[in-house]
Design a protein around this ligand. Structure first.
Ligand code: WT7
Length: 641
């Protein structure tokens, strides 16, 4: 396979150039991990009080980093930059879908954050409280996040595509005191209302005392007296001075919910000190950030990618982060390239699903714009197929930009496996190697490393600074899901291969979790949603390979006697899932069946359903199947091998 090497020009300017610099970094990290992270924490961040210990493993796997240290995310993202030449640098360059543009300098952002923090503080919120942020992609979302971080209010951003039902579950789980939202947002030229979902959710959420509503689109909304207030009203008279709280390094910065293998989403808890450090280092090592860069991560702030690489990472290192509100194909499929050209973006980060969509749109659209400012490209969220990689490299990168294929998870908080663009020779489709200080491995079920060329489970052997600390309200599930499969080491949930050269290839999930457009969806959550519908007796959900979205949701449904398996019912069920979880979870297909393949003990054999949707046949061992005729009734052939 052809290797892709960075140009001499790229290497000459790289933060970590190939050769000694890269080698020394890796060696130091390996021989003295605590000294390595400790030195970086000292040079990268501001601490109100220095830590006593870099890593405390007394209560492993509940690891603690920088114990005794006191710091503040908002201070590190804003105040310290405002004491330097950076104060008038653009922090956020925002473009709305209808075309408006706003530029917030570090000073302006700091003022806005202090005003909004004053608003929250004067309403009695502070360290130990939880806030829910349910907002479109406007600068006020990072403002709200940073205002919470400033006071120690743990925030939980709920992606605006989630339904009222999903919003309610999260508010209840966190017992949040305040909800920050907007009237709505823009998507493909249409208003997507948000406030009605908040009103619906809050009918059953007694913990919420205040709702603050940002006016984005100007649609009619109902305001509940005593509870709801407009952002612009409360912000107007607020104090522009609200000092950053000196928080413990382990203070919970945010909780972000992600799907697991049960019906209940997991509240991933991230803390402050270690998280700050590792996302900062990723900005330098992986995105190779320079003072003059304009950086754009085209994700949504509602997912972890947006937390770490639209908001916190870029602001920590004082770069300019581009934020775009809307759809990539509005008003035309060249919108991203128009933005990249207009703001002269240097570093661009997106997902394989988006890249595959661009390939479908055709080369004409990027061809209309000057993309010569780009010097580095990134990919995240799912494995990238080598042909999409090659297209991205050639058409968007003009053949000159290295691509960093970054593997990480909501749980890891920051990038774990990725090339260093000025050093690592690239193989399209491979995340290459673990970053300095990250001890990733591919192992068998006993925890033994697989030999070169082998496949196995991806694990992380040693704790890392940005690791999640627990699951909100459920430490037992934290231990059971992640630290018990192979005792004592972090079980990722992905399969991976390590090739003869030591390169890592992430193959996909090993559990009942799907990856649709780079978003995690739980089989169990979808199934329990379907069976809550009046017409459904039983449901089994599997992922089918999809050209565009990586995987697509296929639901096998057995209707209750008396309900006919009609197209109308299928449409109703698809809508039901959209309403209960969110539109992005809507199944691509509903397949009705009077029975599902089960083991004698009554477990649905999803493996067979996966094979049926992929190959229309079933092979391998089906001796545990209780009723063989089900296979034929599902329209599949039995492979005679
Ligand atoms: C899962 C994590 C990390 C932010 C977005 C998703 C898959 C992620 C890659 C990649 C192959 C990848 C894994 C992982 N994944 N990045 N570069 N190559 N697979 O965050 O929702 O927590 O999902 O996404 O399966 O476990 P998430």
């Amino acid at each position: 396979m052809d290797l892709y090497h960075p140009s001499e020009e790229f290497v000459a300017r790289a933060n970590v150039p190939r050769g000694d610099a890269h080698r020394q970094l890796m060696e130091r990290a390996e021989s003295d991990p605590e000294g390595f992270w400790g030195d970086l924490a000292e040079s990268e961040l501001h601490w109100f009080r220095k830590w006593d210990r870099v890593l405390d493993d007394a209560e492993a796997p509940f690891y603690r980093w920088f114990t005794g240290g006191r710091t503040n995310m908002s201070y590190n993202c804003l105040d310290r930059h405002c004491q330097t030449w950076r104060k008038n640098r653009a922090a956020i360059v925002w473009e709305g879908e209808p075309g408006e543009q706003r530029v917030l300098t570090y000073q302006e952002l700091l003022r806005s954050v202090q005003r909004f923090a004053s608003v929250l503080k004067s309403r009695g919120y502070g360290a130990g409280d939880r806030a829910i942020l349910y907002m479109p992609m406007v600068p006020e979302l990072p403002v709200a996040m940073l205002a919470c971080a400033r006071l120690g209010i743990t925030h939980s951003v709920v992606f605006a595509g989630f339904s009222a039902e999903a919003l309610k579950t999260r508010i209840l789980d966190l017992e949040a005191g305040v909800v920050i939202t907007a009237d709505g947002g823009w998507r493909r030229g249409k208003v997507v209302p948000l406030k009605p979902a908040v009103d619906e959710a809050l009918e059953e959420c007694p913990s919420v005392r205040n709702v603050i509503v940002y006016r984005r689109v100007g649609n009619e909304v109902e305001m509940k007296a005593g509870r709801d207030a407009w952002w612009h009203d409360v912000d107007a008279g607020a104090s522009e001075e609200c000092p950053a709280a000196e928080l413990d390094a382990e203070h919970p910065l945010y909780v972000l919910y992600t799907s697991g293998t049960t019906g209940k989403p997991k509240g991933i808890v991230h803390t402050t000190g270690g998280y700050q450090l590792q996302v900062s280092m990723a900005m330098r090592w992986v995105f190779d950030i320079k003072d003059e860069d304009t950086y754009w991560c085209a994700a949504d702030v509602g997912w972890v990618t947006g937390h770490s690489y639209i908001v916190y990472g870029p602001l920590l290192v004082g770069t300019t982060t581009v934020m775009y509100e809307g759809a990539p194909d509005f008003p035309e499929p060249d919108r991203f390239w128009r933005i990249a050209d207009k703001y002269k973006v240097n570093v661009f980060y997106t997902s394989p699903t988006a890249i595959r969509a661009f390939i479908k749109f055709g080369e004409d659209y990027p061809g209309r714009h000057d993309l010569s400012s780009l010097r580095l490209l990134g990919s995240v969220g799912e494995p990238i197929n080598p042909s999409a990689w090659e297209w991205y490299h050639r058409v968007i990168g003009g053949g000159r930009c290295p691509i960093v294929d970054t593997w990480w998870q909501t749980e890891t908080g920051s990038i774990m496996v990725s090339p260093l663009p000025g050093s690592t020779p690239l193989k399209p489709g491979s995340g290459t190697f673990a970053l300095p200080g990250i001890d990733a491995d591919v192992v068998d079920m006993e925890g033994n490393s697989v030999p070169p060329g082998g496949e196995g489970y991806l694990v992380v052997r040693k704790p890392w600074p940005s690791m999640f600390r627990t699951l909100w309200g459920d430490p037992g599930r934290f231990i059971q899901t992640y630290w018990s499969q192979i005792p004592g080491i972090y079980f990722v949930g992905d399969a991976a291969r390590r090739d003869e050269d030591g390169y890592l290839w992430v193959l996909g999930r090993v559990d009942d979790v799907m990856n649709v457009s780079g978003h995690r969806l739980s089989t169990a959550e979808l199934e329990s949603t379907l069976v809550r519908h009046d017409s459904v007796a039983e449901a089994a959900v599997v992922g089918m390979p999809d050209e565009l979205t990586g995987q697509a949701v296929i639901a096998f449904v057995t209707p209750i006697q008396g309900y006919d398996p009609t197209d109308e019912l299928a449409a109703e069920l698809r809508e039901w899932v959209a309403q209960q979880i969110g539109k992005f979870a809507r199944p691509k297909q509903i397949r009705f069946s009077d029975a599902l393949p089960k083991t004698r003990s009554g477990k649905i054999m999803r493996r067979l359903l996966r094979e049926i949707v992929t190959t229309q046949t079933v092979s391998g061992d089906i001796t545990t199947l209780e009723d063989l005729s089900v296979i034929n009734r599902l329209g599949a052939q039995q492979d005679e091998e």
